[in-house]
Design a protein around this ligand. Structure first.
Ligand SMILES: [Zn+2]
Length: 133
């Protein structure tokens, strides 16, 4: 059982590590455009359907930021719940989890996902000011 759990963990980390490298690449471009030398934090919006494990991404971030303008900065993740559009209620509804795609109000299933797949850099935080990415 322990061997199996290790084998599952490695590709997940690899996955998050490659995402972390992409994230750092995008953020570094934004840093250069804004002509910032030192970033203290990167704010990220992460949908629960993005398939990214928050803890693994945080772990990978420290590795991916080495020798970049983002080295030593903090990754601040805002987790976004799933929001579906329910045609019956004619409204957007927030789901309590990822197990069911039924409207929590009327119980109708819906495939219209409004939010939940995000993996988006929102802003970069500089020492004492914030610059929009
Ligand atoms: Zn509904």
């Amino acid at each position: 059982m322990q061997v199996v759990s290790v084998q599952e963990e490695v590709p997940t980390r690899m996955h998050e590590l490659s995402i972390a490298y992409s994230l750092v690449r995008v953020a570094t471009e934004a840093v250069q455009e804004a002509q910032i030398s030192q970033v203290s934090a990167v704010h990220l919006r992460l949908g629960v359907l993005s398939g990214v494990v928050k803890e693994s991404l945080l772990f990978s971030y420290d590795i991916a930021t080495e020798n970049t303008p983002l080295a030593g900065s903090q990754l601040i993740i805002e987790e976004l719940p799933i929001i579906i559009f329910c045609p019956t209620c004619n409204a957007e509804q927030t789901l309590p989890g990822i197990q069911s795609f039924r409207c929590p109000v009327c119980g109708q299933p819906s495939a219209q996902i409004v939010q939940g797949k995000e993996l988006q850099i929102v802003s970069l935080e500089v020492a004492d000011a914030a610059a929009f990415a």
